[in-house]
Design a protein around this ligand. Sequence first.
Ligand SMILES: [Zn+2]
Length: 338
Amino acid sequence: MRAAVLHAAGSPDAFDICEVDRPDVGPDDVLIRVGACGVSFRDVVERNGTYKRDVSYPLIIGLEISGTVVEAGALVEDLQIGDRVCTKAFSSCGRCNLCRSGRETTCSRRRPVRGGYAEYVALPQDACVRTPADMPFEVSCGLGPSAGVAVNAVRDVAHVSIGETVLVTGATGGVGVPAVQIARAMGARVIAVTRSEDKRDMLSAIGAHEAVVAEPDAFAREVRALTDGRGVDVVIDTVGSRVFDAAFDSLAVHGRYAMVGQLYGENIAINPARIFFKRAQILGVGSVSRVQLEDAIALTASGVVQPQIARIMPLEEVAEAHRLVEGGAAAGRIILKP
Ligand SMILES: [Zn+2]
């Protein structure tokens, strides 16, 4: 099969497009003919060597996979040949204490999903969730790390409820867009923040009630003005350190601050008194469970979530795809079609 193989960490030009053997299919695995594979930021940090967990070479990366099941191991019960599936970012064991208590995203035996930059990939059945037959692969491939994580953040961690005000940072990004759409569908008033004036129209188009275009040192003032000085009930922060100060300033007393992303390497500093004077809750959001992904698929099928696709590219253009994702210029997902 054809694949984009890494023989070592490196620049976007490190990919070698070549013929390799199809992967072996274990008893708990399904073999998927890849229909589409999104290029995620985890792909970028795996390629350039920043992310080293379970990495060995030669390596085929790519975790936002959708495709068709063409072979199933002897122990596979929930999927059949011909099913269309998309993937979680990790597979979980299903048997450890964390898995058995609804916390599979921190499973002690979790394994990263990889291998989508190829014509076929073999994955544990736990990593794959069935998608509707009429949902395009380009739409379903990124639902786990985008809409699935947004369901986790907005509904299951921040517990947004009707009538609340929600601030979404990085609102034109992979998690930001579905976070805006889901918070709106839950009856919240959504304020979306971005740094770029040309993304204002997109923020309105995806359903934000208010779009604030400002640098991090200015947006808290605008958000307070939009909320009669009170601030927002919930922050869904997909950017991290660079906006933390302003986003925390934008939070109302008794507000919940959900940390979903950290795009940069630097630390944040905060006087603890700011947290307790505000009675704030700071909440960590991580990854996506099977149930959250199933719900994200259903929300997409019903039109509540509308994934934004920037470009669909052949596998041969993987280097260019990585430059686009690393540069952060694309509004929407970059997708490879192996
Ligand atoms: Zn487990």
